[in-house]
Design a protein around this ligand. Structure first.
Ligand code: NAD
Length: 480
C-alpha cells in the first residue's frame, strides 16, 4: 500500500516513529494509502531545517523567489490530471470539480503571490520639516500553516504561497484526512528545485503534529484554516506565546432572496451554493431566507432541481454530488438531519444516506437535503453542519431578513439576491459577514482581503493583507 512521506529538508522521509495512519478513499469506504503519524520529533526536524534555510531564503532576491514559485505553478498545471484524480480519490469530491476548480486554483494561488511580491511596496511619511519616516517589511522567520480537508490543495497553497513569497520558511501540516495532494505537491517542489528546508510538509494528526507546531517556541506565526473549536484551542495556546495568528474558521452562511431578484439566476446559483462539494465549502450558503411572496414558488422549484441532482461515483463525468469526506463526518451530518426533524423541521428533499452499487457500495454518500419549517434560532439553523443540508425560511420584511441573517455566532460570507441596487448596498453594509456576494456566489478577486467576522475568524488573508501578515513592519524615523 502507498506510504505517504513527510517532506523535510528537501527530502521525502518516513516519520521518526515509523507509525502511519490509515487514509481512506471515502467513495469506497476503504483504506487506500497510509499517512505518516508524525509527532514533535518530526516537527523539530522540520524546524531545524527551516532555521538553517531561513537566512539564505529570506535574503534571496525577490525575483528569484518569484521565479521558483512560478516554476512550481507550471508543474501543477502540467500535472493537473494526476493531481485532480488524487484529490477526488482522497476527498470524495467529483473529479470534474477537482479538475475545474481545486487544482487550477492551487496553481493560481501560487502564481498570484509569486507575482504580488514583485509589486509589494511600503510607505514613507514626511512630517512637514520635522522628520521623515519610512517603513520596511521583513519576513518573520518560520511560519506554521495548518489546513483542512475540504479544499485540500487549494487551501494549502493559499497559506504557504504568501508565506514563502514574503521570504519566510514554512512548516505546513495538511489535514490527515486528505494528505495525498500535499504529498504530490512536495514531489513537485523537489522537481522545481525549491531549496531544501524552505518548505517542510509534515503529515499527521492535529492533536499531535498540529499541536507540536502551534506550541513550538521557534514558530512565531501561525496561519490556520479549519473549525471554530480548533481555532479557539489554537488561539488559547498561541496567544500567551505572542504568536502572530490568522484564523479562518467555520461559517453558517445566509443566502437572502428578495422577490425582486432574477428568479432563475437566484435559483440556479442557490442550488450550486448549497451543494457544491457536497456542501463542504466554508462559503456554502446553508440558510436560505426567501421573501414570503415568492417562498412557495422558490421552495417548489428548488426541491425540483435538487431531486434531479445525480449522486454517484466521483470519478464519473456526470456526477455532480460525490461522497462526503469520512464515515464520522457522514454520521455527524445525518445526526443533524435527525436533529432538524426533532426540532420540528420537514425534510422536503433528500434526508437519507445513499447506498450506491458496484465500486462505491461502501462509500459515504448523502442525498442533498432540504429542510423547511424551522425558526432561525434552533440548533439546526445556528450550528455549522458542513454537509449537503440546507434550510429554507420565509421572511416578511428587509429588517427581518437582516436579523435572521445576522443571528448566528458566525460571519463568514453572505449572498444577496435583488435587482434593487439601493437595497443591495443597504443590506450588504448591515450584514455581519467578511464577504457579501450580490447576485453571484464564490466569485473571488485574490487581491481582496478574505476572512470572517465574529467566530468565523481573526485576520484577513488575500492580496497585500496576506503579505503584510507574513512580514513584520519596522519604522525608521529620521530627523530632518
Ligand atoms: P479541523 O479544525 O478539524 O482541522 C483543521 C486542521 O487543523 C487539520 O489539519 C487538523 O489536523 C488540524 N488540527 C486539529 N487539531 C489541532 C490542534 N490541536 N493543533 C493544531 N492543529 C490542529 O477542521 P476540518 O474538519 O479539517 O475542516 C472543516 C472546518 O474548516 C469547517 O468548520 C469549515 O468551515 C472550516 N473551513 C474554513 C474556511 C475559511 O476560509 N474560513 C475554509 C475551509 C474550511
Amino acid at each position: 500500500m502507498k506510504k505517504i512521506q513527510n517532506y523535510i529538508n528537501g527530502e521525502l522521509v518516513a516519520p521518526q516513529s515509523g507509525q502511519y495512519i490509515d487514509n481512506f478513499n471515502p467513495a469506497e469506504g476503504k483504506v487506500y494509502s497510509l499517512t505518516p503519524d508524525s509527532g514533535s520529533q518530526d516537527i523539530q526536524r522540520a524546524v531545524n531545517a527551516a532555521k538553517t534555510a531561513f537566512p539564505s531564503w529570506s535574503s534571496t532576491p525577490v525575483e528569484m523567489r518569484s521565479n521558483l514559485l512560478l516554476r512550481i505553478a507550471v508543474l501543477i498545471d502540467k500535472n493537473l490530471n494526476q493531481l485532480a484524480l488524487a484529490e477526488s480519490i482522497d476527498n470524495g469530491k467529483p473529479l470534474s470539480l477537482a479538475s475545474s476548480v481545486d487544482i487550477p486554483r492551487a496553481s493560481s494561488n501560487i502564481r498570484f503571490f509569486a507575482t504580488a511580491i514583485l509589486h509589494f511596496n511600503t510607505d514613507a511619511h514626511k512630517m512637514d520639516n520635522v522628520a521623515i519616516n519610512y517603513t520596511t517589511r521583513e519576513p518573520i522567520g518560520i511560519a506554521g500553516c495548518i489546513s483542512p480537508w475540504n479544499l485540500p490543495l487549494y487551501l494549502f497553497t493559499w497559506k504557504i504561497a504568501p508565506a514563502l513569497a514574503a521570504g519566510n520558511c514554512v512548516i505546513a501540516k495538511p489535514s490527515e484526512i486528505t494528505p495525498m495532494t500535499a504529498y504530490l505537491f512536495s514531489e513537485l517542489c523537489i522537481e522545481a528545485g525549491l531549496p531544501k528546508g524552505v518548505l517542510n510538509i509534515v503529515h499527521g494528526l492535529g492533536t499531535k503534529a498540529g499541536q507540536a507546531i502551534i506550541e513550538h517556541q521557534d514558530i512565531p506565526i501561525i496561519s490556520f484554516t479549519g473549525g471554530t473549536a480548533t481555532g479557539k484551542h489554537i488561539a488559547a495556546t498561541a496567544a500567551p506565546m505572542f504568536k502572530k495568528l490568522s484564523l479562518e474558521l467555520g461559517g453558517k452562511n445566509p443566502n437572502l432572496i428578495f422577490a425582486d431578484c432574477d428568479f432563475d439566476q437566484a435559483l440556479n446559483t442557490s442550488v450550486m451554493s448549497s451543494f457544491s462539494n457536497q456542501g463542504q465549502i466554508c462559503l456554502c450558503g446553508s440558510r436560505i431566507l426567501v421573501e414570503r411572496s415568492i417562498y412557495d414558488k422558490f421552495v417548489t422549484a428548488f426541491v425540483d432541481k435538487v431531486n434531479k441532482m445525480t449522486i454517484g461515483d466521483p470519478l464519473e463525468d456526470t456526477t455532480k454530488t460525490g461522497a462526503v469526506v469520512s464515515e464520522s463526518h457522514m454520521k455527524k451530518v445525518l445526526s443533524y438531519i435527525k436533529l432538524a426533524k426533532e426540532e420540528g423541521g420537514q425534510v422536503v428533499a433528500g434526508g437519507q444516506q445513499v447506498h450506491l452499487k458496484g465500486r462505491c457500495e461502501n462509500g459515504y454518500f448523502i442525498e442533498p437535503t432540504v429542510i423547511t419549517g424551522l425558526g432561525h434560532n434552533c440548533r439546526t439553523n445556528q450550528e455549522e453542519i458542513f454537509g449537503p443540508v440546507v434550510t429554507i425560511m420565509p421572511f416578511d420584511t428587509q429588517e427581518e431578513a437582516v436579523k435572521y441573517a445576522n443571528s448566528t455566532a458566525y460571519g463568514l460570507s453572505a449572498t444577496l439576491w435583488t435587482e434593487n441596487i439601493t437595497r443591495a448596498h443597504n443590506i450588504a453594509h448591515q450584514l455581519k459577514s467578511g464577504i457579501v456576494w450580490v447576485n453571484c456566489w464564490l466569485v473571488r478577486d485574490l487581491r481582496t482581503p478574505f476572512g470572517g467576522m465574529k467566530q468565523s475568524g481573526v485576520g484577513r488573508e488575500g492580496g497585500n493583507e496576506a503579505l503584510r501578515f507574513f512580514t513584520e513592519a519596522k519604522n525608521v524615523c529620521i530627523k530632518l
